[in-house]
Design a protein around this ligand. Structure first.
Ligand code: SF4
Ligand code: MG
Length: 317
């Protein structure tokens, strides 16, 4: 459904250009939850913004394509873009607090999105849809006219999800959607999204630093390192059958949900400066398996059918 090809995003500085996303390729299938994992600063949110056509200066999409059912998203004109946002792709970001306007009742904020995109529904129709959406995310519709501060953080985030669902989009982009919430509320909300997804059939691009939550929730996961995808694999393989050394390290730095407690092995070192990248594999300075070849030749993402995963590492060839 979504095809990302050679997507490249730069951050333009005064005297330098940092390539935050370096020519990545992946697909999101219909009805699929696709996760993007990796340390902060690896480019996950930058990819999400590019897909939503929300890249703003100093960020600049400098190459590649994003296609939605074959249509060229990055070249949409204003009118097409208006239909694309909310109707086809919507988003839920981390800060539910800031996403809602504090001085306007929630009902108006939901109806506003509905009426902007579906004026034919009228006031009455938009109100009915808002009631439906509240029911969908498990909030009593009698609370529709309350102000944002009258809701808990978890409920505010459910309201953001309701707004994201308002126009039955094909894809919902969720960037750290539950990070500000406590663990129990997080899990509740994610379970609800999973349920809604199977009922309504939308796809999800899911970004979180919580690898456990991501593995549980997603069908496939793309692991990013320093602006590149190093592995794309079925979610369960990320811990049980990782192909790339960085995926393995990421899995090892994550506490297991069940079984005996093990020592957390952090990943030694830090990601490279995007303005001074290593010549070969970007992970080479931190990789325990780095070979001479790794320091000169960047590995390419290749499909390994025996593992059903794509990975970019010279060790695998
Ligand atoms: Fe490590 Fe080389 Fe593979 Fe890079 S290509 S991850 S340095 S083994
Ligand atoms: Mg981020």
């Amino acid at each position: 459904m979504i095809e990302v090809r050679n997507l490249t995003v730069d951050y333009i500085g005064e005297n330098s250009v940092a390539r935050a996303v370096n020519g990545i390729d992946f697909d999101i299938r219909e009805g699929e939850a696709f996760g993007l994992a990796g340390e902060s600063g690896c480019g996950k949110s930058t990819v999400a913004f590019a897909l939503a056509r929300l890249t703003r200066l100093p960020g600049l999409v400098s190459g590649g394509q994003v296609r939605l059912n074959g249509e060229d998203v990055l070249n949409f004109d204003k009118a097409r873009l208006k239909a694309y946002r909310w109707n086809e792709v919507s988003f839920v970001f981390q800060s539910a607090m800031n996403a809602l306007n504090p001085v306007i009742p929630v009902s108006e904020q939901i109806m506003d999105v509905i009426q902007t995109h579906k004026p034919e529904l009228g006031q009455q129709g938009a109100r009915e849809r808002a009631v439906e959406l509240f029911e969908l995310v498990g909030i009593p519709p009698r609370r529709l006219d309350d102000f944002p501060h009258q809701f808990s953080g978890g409920m505010r985030q459910r309201i953001c999800i309701a707004i994201a669902l308002a126009l039955n989009p094909k894809l919902i982009i969720m960037d750290e959607p539950t990070t500000a919430l406590d663990v129990v509320v997080q899990r509740d909300i994610i379970e609800q999204i999973v349920e809604l997804k199977s009922r309504l059939g939308f796809s999800v691009l899911f970004i979180t630093h919580d690898l456990g939550l991501m593995i549980e929730f997603c069908d496939r996961i793309g692991v990013m390192y320093s602006g590149e995808l190093v592995e794309v694999a079925p979610a369960e393989s990320i811990l049980t059958n990782p192909q790339h050394p960085y995926t393995r390290a990421l899995g090892n730095s994550f506490p297991p949900l069940t079984g005996p407690r093990v020592r957390l092995e952090g990943i030694a070192g830090t990601p490279p400066d995007l303005r001074a990248l290593p010549q070969g594999c970007r992970f080479a300075p931190r990789c325990p398996h780095a070979m001479d070849q790794c320091r000169v030749q960047p590995p390419e993402l290749r499909y390994y059918p025996q593992h059903r995963s794509e990975a970019a590492c010279h060790l695998l060839n």
